[in-house]
Design a binder for this molecule. Structure first.
Ligand code: PMP
Length: 457
């Protein structure tokens, strides 16, 4: 990189970062590096160490880092004097991108409208909530325990995690949470299929109940697989029930596909596993091919808001539309979804195999290349369903040991006890094997370290 002096030490940059940046930064605490370069599923730090990246920009980099098609799309756009910024004015690039996105959606492209948002998933969530309120004339929203929808006030209001909420008063009123079908830690304590049915019936009876205490909401917002909440896939019958009930009550069903959408689960959208059609779909992360972009797709009948009802300066990021288009094209042309299914299944199989050696891997779950491992304490008594309590100390040690073994993996879920794998969708089988090798080594180190610390405590 010409003109940019690169120091050789991570510590140098981290020390400066701690003086320059906010205390709210989070990833540097878990992955204390300064990144020099990245290619595909690999990231190189300024000291020359190479990491296998199973975070991929929190699931943003569908094709991995610096895919030639994505870089080519940026170069091409720049060579053709593309305006970088257009507010919400259209361009040939935007026109083609809209057509491509609309063709991915269920049914006919004419059934849908797109609202481009201010580049973050949270802003698209805000737009969807506002449009649902405007379109129904109602104001309440139902969300689910464990949900993650973003950090702005509205999105945070419908997020489950109490950590970032507790010290922020005055969140959006009229939000009601219902239990999500988290089978490993069943909120009803019954587990299995019976719980899936009961949790669906619970939503139904709650909405049917004229004395529920909750005025009919404008919308229900849900992730077909909770991501930050700990990689928890919603069972298909529960999603089908949710669709039936919301339709019967005229409640808008918003699917937040910010993380699980665009091929991550082996389908273009995670809700497709349940063959349901939402009223609104929130998209961000991978849809921009690595550059900031977010949008809401909604059924055309809800297009009842006035010009300017949701605005934002940076809704017209042309480079992101170009890289998004390139990403969607490559995914369609090169069978990326098949790769997600095949490498995802192989990874899951290997994780199950590892689980026999490491019983602290309490639950392995997910779909495609959105996988989670819930780390539990087998020294403590299991609950009535046989699930041991979460082991946050071990999961934290495991994440650190992964990092020391040059594997980047995020944690999520209650108490941060779920190790999450969100690699690029182009991860090869060989790279998948490396993930497992490094994870196995990390499990050995972390379990030994935590055991020793417990003995000496
Ligand atoms: N919804 C979901 C399901 C997410 O996973 C996230 C981000 N992790 C968001 C919304 C918020 O997106 P952003 O961080 O871009 O605001």
């Amino acid at each position: 990189m010409e003109g940019l002096a690169i120091s050789i030490s991570n510590a140098h940059y981290l020390e400066r970062q701690s003086r320059f940046e906010s205390n709210a930064r989070s990833y540097p605490h878990k992955f204390p590096i300064a990144i020099k370069s990245a290619q595909g599923a690999w990231v190189t730090d300024v000291e020359g160490r190479q990491y296998l990246d199973c975070l991929s920009g929190a699931g943003t980099l569908a094709l991995g880092h610096n895919h030639s098609a994505v870089i080519g799309a940026i170069r091409d756009a720049l060579d053709h004097q593309l305006p970088l910024h257009t507010l919400d004015l259209t361009t040939p690039i935007k026109d083609a991108f809209c057509e491509t996105v609309l063709k991915l959606l269920p049914g006919s492209p004419e059934d849908w409208r797109l609202q481009f948002c201010g580049s973050t998933g949270a802003d698209a969530v805000e737009a969807a909530l506002k449009l649902a309120k405007i379109a129904t004339g109602r104001s309440g929203i139902i969300s689910f325990c464990g949900a993650y929808h973003g950090m702005t006030h509205g999105a945070l209001s419908v997020t489950g995690n109490l950590g970032p909420k507790t010290s922020v008063g005055g969140l959006m009123p009229g939000v009601q949470f219902l239990p999500y079908p988290y089978s490993y830690r069943c909120p009803l304590g019954i587990g299995g299929e019976a719980a899936v049915i009961a949790l669906g019936v619970l939503v139904e009876r709650f909405l049917d109940d004229v004395e529920s205490g909750v005025i009919k909401p404008a919308a229900i917002i849900v992730e077909a697989i909770q991501g930050e909440g700990g990689v928890i896939p919603a069972p298909v019958p529960w999603l089908v029930k949710l669709r039936e009930v919301t339709r019967r009550h005229g409640i808008i069903l918003i699917l937040d596909e910010v993380q699980a959408g665009i091929g991550r689960t082996g389908q273009w959208f995670a809700f497709e596993h349940a063959k349901i059609v939402p009223d609104m779909i929130v998209l961000s992360k991978a849809i921009g091919g690595g550059l900031p972009l977010s949008l809401v797709a909604y059924q055309a009948g809800y297009d009842v808001w006035s010009p300017g009802a949701h605005a934002g300066t940076f809704r017209g990021n042309q480079l992101a539309m170009a890289t998004g288009q390139a990403t969607l094209d490559i995914m369609a042309k090169t069978g990326v979804l098949d790769n997600v299914r095949s490498v995802g299944a192989a990874l899951e199989h290997s994780l199950m195999h590892l689980q026999r050696r490491f019983p602290c891997m309490g639950d392995i779950r997910g779909r495609g290349l959105m996988l989670g491992i819930e780390i539990v304490d087998t020294e403590l008594s299991p609950d009535s369903l046989g699930s041991h309590p979460a082991h946050p100390r071990l999961s934290q040690a495991l994440q650190r040991a992964c990092f020391d073994n040059q594997l980047i993996a995020e944690r999520g879920g209650r108490h941060g006890a779920v190790l999450r794998l969100l690699p690029p969708l182009t991860l090869t089988h060989q790279e998948g094997d490396i993930v497992i090798e490094r994870l196995e080594a990390a499990l050995e180190t972390a379990t030994r370290a935590v055991q020793e610390a417990t003995v000496h405590a």
